[in-house]
Design a protein around this ligand. Sequence first.
Ligand code: SF4
Ligand code: SF4
Length: 490
Amino acid sequence: MSVLLQIGRRPPQWPPASAADGHPEPGDQHAPNAAPGAAAEAHLFHSAHGAHLFVVDGSRVYDLPGEVEEQVRSWLDPGGVTGLAPGPLADLGLVPGTSRRIDGRPLDPPPLSALSLNVMQACNMSCAYCYADEGRFGGSARVMHREVAFAAVDRLLAESRPGADVVVGFMGGEPLLAADLVGEVTAYAARAAPAVGRRVRFSLTTNLTELRPADARLLADHPFAVSVSLDGDRERNDALRRLPGGASSYDRVRAGLDVFARHGRPRHLAARVTVTPTGGRLLDVLDHVIGLGFDEVGFAAVVASPDPTLEFTGSRFETFLEYMVECGEMALRELVAGRRYPFGNFETALAQIHRGSHRPYPCGAGAGYLSAAANGDLFACHRLVDDPDFAMGSVTAGPDHTARAAHLARGHVDRMSPCRSCWARYLCGGGCYHEVARRGRPGCDYIRGWLDFCLRAYVELSAARPDYFAGLSATPAPGGSGSDPTTVAR
Ligand code: SF4
Ligand code: SF4
């Protein structure tokens, strides 16, 4: 007889919908997991409704009656001697020898599902924290030639699964400095994809300081998810997001939003707020940017920057967590009251927990997702362009299967220390490859603290507003944050 109730009552997604998400292929689930110790298998947390257990395998959440809570606490204690009774073990699917959803075997490189094109490796801004050297990635400014861009689209279509949805992304530098090329490539992909039985969507990441009416119409006429970099109100944004000559980039973004309003708005318009340790509280920032009408507003902490004073360190992550939870509490109150409050980090985490997301990689980089440099060379992602350690072939020769397989073998979260003993590993995936390569993993306590909060919020929102989750599909919505190569934990 089952005594433990699973919250959400939606079974974790199995078999996985797509190996391109970083899931193992069906059939890979039978080997024992190498993760050590009970604390790597589950996480005990509390909400307003009592004690709960997050089970790592399948990202499942259970209510824990009081008598079971004590057993579980002792079982999770590294110094504890008490095992878990057979009843709860069976309820939680933790009986030794049962098959698991993820094991230590790496994913085989899947078909491509997304390719970003660095159409302009140069930028009109010089933001103080930019990881990309204003888009040049340490080299000289470069523009992608039309032939290379078309070949990249052809390569994506050729390497994708028949009938698949594919995403063509435009990155930089600032891609709208090559807006005419973006328009040509979009039109080409929109024609070419259906001709070979693929559906194509688009994404574009921009500083929005150069938007023309014709660009707005293009982004509205095709299925674009547009992500705008904006760090808050005028004072806060302009402190680090600099235009030459001292002009206000905030004013230019507001002008760009007016162009959208008058000439056409993309179907999904998100704001990405970059956070440095010098910035202060985040709730005012979130309120301000949501008030500008974005569909989603997300924070990204600077972990790797050419200016180390703008990077988060261990103690500064504690303050960041405090500010993030303050924003999450606000979002929770608003959602409980039935009002929309599109805090992207929070909503993405809730959706992933509800779906039972579990994956051994942080993102699709090097798996279903690659990025093409202006010269046509392929890399694991847009932040790793021109990094030889993440080189993955070229649009003319095709993706380098051996390099991708080696990358996926190295990056499996169960094969890395300390990740293999971390309860958050199948939501986190082991950390952004770009950040880990440059800084290691300075933010793990922050990641676990944020997920602990999101688990509590998930339980409380499930109790107060089960209807909130009824609208969530089993797969991420087109254009939503789940379709971006980002991770739930950041
Ligand atoms: S990067 Fe840190 S938080 Fe993420 S799985 Fe690894 S140890 Fe856990
Ligand atoms: S999480 Fe990091 S490695 Fe993955 S796509 Fe994003 S920037 Fe690239």
